[in-house]
Design a protein. Structure first.
Length: 336
């Protein structure tokens, strides 16, 4: 699962249900989640009906959802990774309660169901204080809270895991990339009038323009201009959620890595190139890096820890927390 000398990805899809075309469709949606089926079909060399049929099957059987997310990094908003140690009988209830909050992502049950890992993106100091200083400390089942502020994103956010499969050629990616205006100078920002638009797109990133018109009261041309400007500025991005098990990689874990101080940047950059890594960020706290890895099975996780990761210069300590169950990725679907 490493790169060969020619730079090609050695990551392979392994599935009895889905095939290369499904992987290419997912990859196309990561490039432009709002692209019309007709454009995706033309790039992939299949019919519109085939793309539509595959899309709906991925939604029904593969957990696919397209959503628009605010980029906390570009907006200058704090992000925190929480580690909550809980009583065994309370972890699931707490994880589900956290998952219902709009400011949480990537929630997993770990350590035999006694630990919760949770990424939070509070949109205001009030949301942050309400969670860390209010609700969680008063929750009886929470035994310990560790909050690690994210300092620098090396990989993740607008750049997803799927490009590491290299299912699309550079020409296909260029053909799918949306035509966006030049961003305005200055930092990315949201305006109060964006709230109704984003409220719809955060639920359904492929919402139609008539749906967005009804929600915002704006004209279609005004919506197109504003959404294009928001994406071009980096304030928001279109992302996809899916079950990595459909690609033959059902096992995920969080790694809490301590490095030599002078090696932090070089280790973070190296990790970003590893096929198994879906997210890596520098943190403030006991560990220096938090990393999400996605692999085929526990044997592949061991191979990664003892091989590519273990051979990195500057890594001093690694704590591995395999997910027992992923409760939330980008959106929350209660267990049935």
């Amino acid at each position: 699962m490493r790169r060969n000398p020619a730079g090609e990805s050695m990551l392979r899809m392994e599935s009895d249900t889905f095939d290369l075309l499904d992987l290419q469709l997912l990859s196309a949606l990561e490039v432009d989640g709002r692209a019309p089926f007709s454009r995706i079909a033309a790039v992939l060399g299949v019919s519109d009906r085939t793309v539509a049929r595959r899309y709906h099957r991925l939604c029904a059987e593969g957990g696919l959802r397209v959503v628009v997310l605010r980029d906390a990094v570009r907006l200058g908003q704090d992000q925190w990774m929480l580690r909550l140690r809980c009583a065994p009988d309370g972890a699931t209830v707490i994880a589900d309660a956290l998952a219902r909050r709009p400011d949480t992502y990537w929630i997993g049950l770990a350590s035999g169901g006694t630990e919760i890992a949770c990424l939070t993106r509070p949109r205001s100091p009030g949301e942050h204080d309400d969670l860390l200083l209010g609700k969680l400390p008063r929750t009886p089942s929470v035994v310990e809270i560790r909050a690690l502020q994210l300092l620098h994103r090396f990989y993740g956010g607008p750049v997803g895991w799927l490009p590491k499969f290299r299912a699309l050629s550079d020409e296909q990616i260029a053909a799918l990339r949306p035509d966006l205006p030049e961003p305005e100078p200055g930092p990315a920002r949201l305006e109060p009038g964006d709230a109704p638009l984003l409220a719809v797109l955060e639920r359904d990133g492929r919402a139609t323009y008539p749906e967005l018109q009804r929600a915002t009261g704006r004209s279609e041309s005004a919506i197109k201009r504003r959404l294009s400007a928001l994406i071009a500025s980096g304030a928001v991005y279109v992302d996809i959620e899916y079950d990595s098990a459909i690609l033959g990689h059902p096992t995920a874990a969080i790694l809490w890595i301590t490095t030599a101080p002078g090696a932090l940047d070089s280790v973070g950059r190296a990790l970003a190139t590893h096929d198994e890594v879906a997210f890596v960020s520098a943190t403030a706290g006991p560990s220096h890096l938090v990393v999400t890895v996605v692999v085929r099975d526990t044997a592949a996780l061991y191979a990664y820890l003892s091989g590519p990761l273990g051979h990195l210069d500057g890594v001093q300590h690694v704590e591995t927390t395999p997910f027992l169950r992923r409760v939330k990725q980008l959106t929350y679907r209660p267990a049935r």
